[in-house]
Design a protein around this ligand. Structure first.
Ligand SMILES: *[C@@H]1O[C@H](CO)[C@@H](O)[C@H](O)[C@H]1NC(C)=O
Length: 497
């Protein structure tokens, strides 16, 4: 296994050339605890004047007897919103679905490209205006997807917290004039209909008259039936949004949003509907593209709200050659896409190395191999911009100070690979790994399958005193360039203040 950092330093990726599948080492996991919520700035939007009166849909005149089932007609809403000059929203305005393509307000096919944020409950630091702005300015995204967690400590548990993150990102997109996908990031949305209704009613009423906003109402159904479960869910949720908004609604499809062909045989009635396609390049290839072709031939519009350069797990090997094939295919068919993911979890599909800031301004050396590849693709560069030298902020400890991945780290309490931490198995063994789950690890060879305690060992403080403290870092580095500009914190990350 090649460490991610090393592959980032040595590999030059030429777009369009045949590239081997790269194996990328697993790195430090970001759990709920290690990615604590940042205080989200209270958004105070006095700049945008729009017609609040119209955002409240006037109740349509009483329907005739027996027509209670008919969904209310969409309200024509003119927001008065003017996207910033030169922005992508100023250029394309209100989007629609026409046949199997997404078109702009001039009727021209439009292909948006961008990034998906990582699960909101685990990576709140990236749900910031600064991150969204940086993605637009430096990554040239025209779209950001806000993957708001529903289960696993998400909206179901903390609706106000998750809603605040979503609103911060949506408002940032509106302020800077890019498109935003409001994603109900759920695998079991049909079990959370009341909550989804409440959420989408609120979002559509508050933001549905901004041309920037699109609604993705069911991220990834799994094995539920399209006809019996998924389609009826969409038929329930679409009218909730249509009460307030004509904007595009993106509909999840069966099997982690892959069976777009099945959806195309029994599409949902309505206008401005697109269907979700997700792929992971190291798992999904021509067979899945064939399903997309079939769906397009059947006349539905496809939106790739999530895709990765790695395995379907979000981790594993990277396949840039297959990724290129996919991206060419999307280009040919004007399919919009958002890459998974803006996050610094230690896994292959993360765009950022562990410890990257939630305020953007990432140096290229803070990008993973996947992040560097995708950024270059978004910027339409011919070659991925990889780091010329190790990243000072994220540089690993010098050799010998800490332990390598195959060594016992119980004496050093720290790991040479950025992103690894020293976890205890038992009295005889501790090793450097990205994460640890107590109990048997079935990746261990059969003879060594005794349980892990997963107690984490920390580097002792006196081991880092020989490196300059942050306050003196710049001066010290200027006088005597050393390996460190910053000190390590107890997690092997860096202290930034
Ligand atoms: C894709 O978009 C371009 C530019 O708007 C257009 O010329 C082309 O016909 C579109 N292709 C398809 C397959 O819709």
């Amino acid at each position: 296994m090649v460490s991610l950092r090393r592959s980032l330093l040595t590999a030059a990726f030429f777009f369009g050339s045949t590239l081997p599948t790269m194996q990328v080492g697993a790195m430090k996991s970001c759990s709920g605890e290690s990615c604590p919520a940042q205080g989200l700035r209270q958004q105070d939007h006095v700049l945008l004047q729009f017609n609040h009166g119209l955002s409240k849909a006037p109740s349509p005149s009483a329907p005739p007897e027996g027509s209670a089932e008919v969904p209310p007609a969409p309200q024509k809403l003119t927001s008065g919103y003017e996207a910033p000059e030169g922005s992508v929203v100023a250029k394309h305005g209100q989007l629609r679905v026409q046949g199997n393509s997404m078109v702009d307000e001039h009727g021209q096919p439009v292909r948006l490209r961008g990034m998906s944020l990582f699960w909101s409950q685990w990576m709140p630091k990236f749900w910031s205006e600064d991150t969204v702005r940086w993605l637009k300015d430096d990554w040239h995204v025209t779209l950001v997807r806000a993957a708001m967690a529903v289960e696993s400590g998400g909206y179901l548990e903390s609706p106000a917290t998750e809603l605040a993150k979503m609103e911060a990102v949506v408002q940032a997109a509106i302020d800077i004039g890019i498109y935003v996908v409001v994603d109900w990031h759920d695998h079991n949305a049909e079990q959370h209909v009341p909550q989804a209704k409440e959420f989408f009613k609120h979002m559509a009423e508050k933001y549905g008259h901004y041309p920037n906003v699109m609604f993705e109402i069911f991220n990834e159904p799994v094995r539920q039936s399209w006809l019996e479960t998924i389609k009826p869910y969409h038929e329930t949720m679409v009218p909730v949004i249509r009460q307030y908004s004509e904007n595009i609604i993106i509909l999840g499809t069966r099997l982690w949003s892959q069976e777009v062909d099945v959806a195309s045989e029994h599409p949902v009635d309505g206008t401005d509907l697109a269907y979700t396609l997700h792929f992971y390049a190291n798992s999904h290839r021509q067979e899945l593209r064939d399903k997309v072709k079939k769906a397009l031939e059947n006349g539905i519009a496809i939106f790739a709200t999530e895709w990765g350069t790695c395995d379907a797990s979000g981790d594993g090997g990277l396949d840039f050659a297959e990724t290129q094939t996919w991206l060419k295919f999307f280009e040919e068919h004007n399919i919009s896409d958002a890459n998974w993911a803006v996050g610094d979890k230690a896994e292959a599909c993360s765009a950022l190395l562990p410890g990257a800031s939630g305020s953007g301004a990432w140096a290229t050396c803070e990008l993973t191999a996947s992040g560097a590849f995708v950024r270059s693709s978004l910027r339409a560069e011919l070659q991925a911009h990889t780091a010329p030298e190790p990243c000072p902020q994220l540089r690993a400890p010098p050799p010998g100070l800490c332990s390598n991945s195959n060594e016992d780290c119980s004496k050093t309490g720290c790991c040479s690979d950025v992103g690894s931490r020293c976890f205890v198995k038992n009295d005889w063994w501790a090793s450097c790994r990205a994460s640890c789950t107590p109990g048997i690890d079935f990746n261990d060879p059969p003879a060594f399958r005794s349980p892990w305690s997963c107690k984490e060992l920390k580097r002792s403080v006196n081991r880092i005193t020989s490196f300059p403290a942050d306050a003196d870092a710049e001066a010290a580095a200027a006088v005597q360039p050393g390996p460190y500009k910053r000190t390590f914190d107890t997690e092997g990350r860096v202290e930034t203040a």
